[in-house]
Design a binder for this molecule. Structure first.
Ligand SMILES: *Cc1c(COP(=O)(O)O)cnc(C)c1O
Length: 360
């Protein structure tokens, strides 16, 4: 059975090497006589798995000692609530609205306090990142919130906003580990792993230690307090054990392949192939302002719904799958995460070129 080129925005492509390793260990993980799914999360074998995963992530991202790494559940959506519940001491937070995910986080924060939308790119269907060099940051804001890479619209903050000294919280779900980051610029960054790291069911939170306190909004459930999970090293209750194991394998795969510097170079090379093609094409057009283009999610259109549908149908038949754009924007979107091989992008572009010649 042949594997396809999977351009899904998430859950998304994983490194084949990792999948093969997991398959080989399915019935007997390192002489335990059982799979990782079947073992106690309190066992020695599992302890090693989760500790190595955290250590490898710390190495990959150069995470300072005063940041905690938490492996949680509930997806990015749960963080939309956990962030305000844990951080809204003054009950004020500023949100920069660059797409649907930021909008949802903003709406959720409103349940807990005053959330201010201090910038937005809604006026042009989120096709750009607003100028964030001098925003009206609220004097008593507990934090400033961004969605760093906008999975649906294909934009990315290439410069972080000037928060005027306020703590920055970022949803990095769809750009996690795609390039090096300076963790110290964030109070917290978090992401669901199903975009660029592993199977759905795990969300990784990296939080500056001093922010993890007992001083949370009244009524915050034990399970939704960062302190609960930080104190228990992500083993307060049964964690998404198998998912963390796969994440750990992906971290090792990244380390073996040169880490995030090498990943960035590879991702830039891949994205350039697709963007260069779009920039010269008479049929296909990118939908995003060039300066704000994402390396991970590349939306494009033909300008005709009929041709879009025809393209998606023929591409799928040729083994390029999940190219349909998000239901809220239409058109096409190629998600080209870390694990998408460069051949996948080259072949997609060759296919697009043929399609253009036949339909242009
Ligand atoms: C996919 C995605 C989400 C939603 O993730 P869930 O795990 O389904 O809650 C949130 N933010 C970003 C940037 C995403 O790409």
């Amino acid at each position: 059975m042949a594997r396809v080129y999977n351009f899904s925005a998430g859950p998304a492509v994983l490194p084949e090497e990792v999948l093969k390793e997991a398959a080989a260990e399915m019935l007997d993980y390192k002489g335990t006589g059982m799979s990782v799914m079947e073992m106690s999360h309190r066992s020695k074998a599992y302890q090693t798995i989760i500790e190595e995963a955290e250590a490898d992530l710390r190495t990959l991202m150069n995470i300072p000692d005063n940041y905690k790494v938490l492996f949680l559940q509930g997806g990015a959506h749960q963080q939309f609530a956990m962030v305000p519940m844990n951080f809204m001491k003054n009950k004020v937070a500023d949100y920069i609205i660059t797409g649907q995910w930021a909008k949802k986080a903003y709406a959720e924060a409103k349940l807990y306090g005053t959330a201010n939308a201090i910038a937005s790119s809604a006026d042009k269907t989120f096709s750009y990142i607003p100028d964030c060099s001098d925003l009206p940051i609220s004097e008593n804001a507990d934090y400033v919130y961004i969605c760093e890479n906008n999975t649906i619209y294909g934009t990315k903050f290439h410069t972080l906003p000037n928060t005027k000294g306020k703590d920055l919280v970022a949803d990095v779900s769809s750009c996690f580990l795609s390039e090096p980051v300076d963790v110290t610029k964030y109070a917290m960054l978090y992401g669901g792993v199903q975009k660029n790291i592993g199977p759905a069911g795990v969300v990784i939170c990296i939080i500056r230690e001093d922010l993890i306190t007992e001083d949370v909004l009244p009524g915050t459930p034990t399970m939704l307090r960062y302190k609960t999970h930080a104190d228990a090293k992500s083993l307060y209750n049964t964690p998404p054990a198998y998912g963390i194991y796969i994440c750990g394998k992906v971290f090792k795969w990244l380390l073996k392949n040169g880490g995030l510097e090498a990943m960035k170079e590879y991702n830039e090379k891949k994205a350039k192939i697709l963007y260069d093609f779009l920039d010269q094409s008479q049929l296909f057009k990118g939908t995003v302002e060039k300066k704000d283009r994402s390396l991970m999610n590349v939306p494009f259109v033909t300008g005709s719904d009929e041709l879009d549908a025809k393209f998606i149908k023929e591409a799928t038949a040729a083994g390029f799958v999940n190219l349909k754009g998000h239901r809220s924007v239409g058109g096409m979107r190629a998600s080209i995460y870390n694990a998408m091989p460069i051949e996948g992008v080259e072949k997609l572009v060759a296919f697009m070129d043929e399609f253009e010649k036949a339909n242009g």
